[in-house]
Ligand binder design. Structure first.
Ligand code: 5RP
Length: 272
């Protein structure tokens, strides 16, 4: 791996722990103003100091993130579909490699849709993006089995998806957590991060999922809704960091969440 590629990977996966806390805030690219991400700057800004990297589109990056914020960026470069359109899998590449270089990103990410009618176009899109990423030293994150493929998320299917992404040259793969998740991580020769999926009932549920994923071989999370749809996003991302980077057990991380949440509550009460 060349210096530039290694340097960018180190901006995503922290070398001191070998783990990654990515904050996913790209949902608007097909969902529009998602609940609690209606005003991107308002949601994202307080969380930047706690995220190793942000995953987002160039539109939200330019409009809503201060270039001096110190955020590392994994740029979503696929899209072209919407939640109300005919097919969520019919994605193409939306953003050029030149644009990614101009924005000084740490990585680029696209979705692939294995097992759908758009499998070929999205997998060839991944392969082409890897060709470009290799040329300029930019890691490629392949996002697989996210979205409506949710119902198919067992270890057999996710292993197939992740392995294909790795075979095509992805440097990092994002998928969902599932039962027997170690089968997915074992058979994928590149690092895996998990998406959180829709908001779970409690913060403890999300912390348990993140804990199980990293203990079973994931390098971390690329999590969105379970952080910023919490009533206490900063305490939640802090607790997620403790699980990912410090191997906190779910209950310990939840205690940390509750302590920080109570502090935040007291501060707000004394300010009003
Ligand atoms: C959507 C995405 C999201 O970034 C991904 O789903 C992670 O966010 P969440 O934790 O909210 O599921 O790639 O296609």
């Amino acid at each position: 791996m060349d210096w530039g590629m290694k340097n960018r990977m180190a901006r995503i996966i922290k070398p001191d722990t070998g783990r990654a806390v990515m904050l996913a805030v790209d949902h608007g690219y097909f969902l529009g103003p998602t609940t609690r991400l209606e005003v991107p700057r308002r949601t994202i800004e307080p969380l930047i100091p706690y995220a190793d990297s942000l995953m987002l589109t160039r539109g939200v990056l330019r409009s809503s993130i201060d270039p001096g914020s110190g955020a590392n960026v994994v740029l979503r470069v696929s899209g072209g579909v919407s939640i109300i359109g005919p097919s969520l899998s019919d994605e193409g590449i939306t953003t050029s490699i030149k644009e990614a270089i101009r924005l000084n990103v740490a990585g680029i990410g696209l979705s692939v849709f294995v097992g759908t009618e758009h499998e070929r176009q999205t997998l060839l899109g991944l392969a082409e993006l890897v060709n470009q990423g290799e040329e300029y030293g930019i890691p490629v994150l392949a996002i697989t089995a996210v979205g409506r493929e949710l119902e198919k998320r067992d270890a057999r299917f996710l292993s197939l998806c992740c392995r294909i992404c790795a075979e095509l040259g992805a440097h990092l793969v994002k998928t969902y957590y599932c039962d027997d998740f170690e089968k997915v991580t074992e058979s994928c020769p590149v690092p895996i991060v998990i998406a959180g999926g829709p908001k779970l009932e409690t913060e403890l549920d999300a912390l348990e999922m993140a804990y199980n994923a990293v203990q079973q071989g994931a390098v971390g999370v690329d999590m969105g809704r379970n952080i910023w749809q919490s009533d206490y996003p900063v305490p939640m991302i802090t607790a997620i960091r403790a699980v990912v980077h410090e191997n906190y057990k779910p209950k310990e991380a939840h205690d940390l969440f509750r302590t920080l949440k109570d502090k935040e509550g007291k501060k707000a009460a004394s300010a009003s």
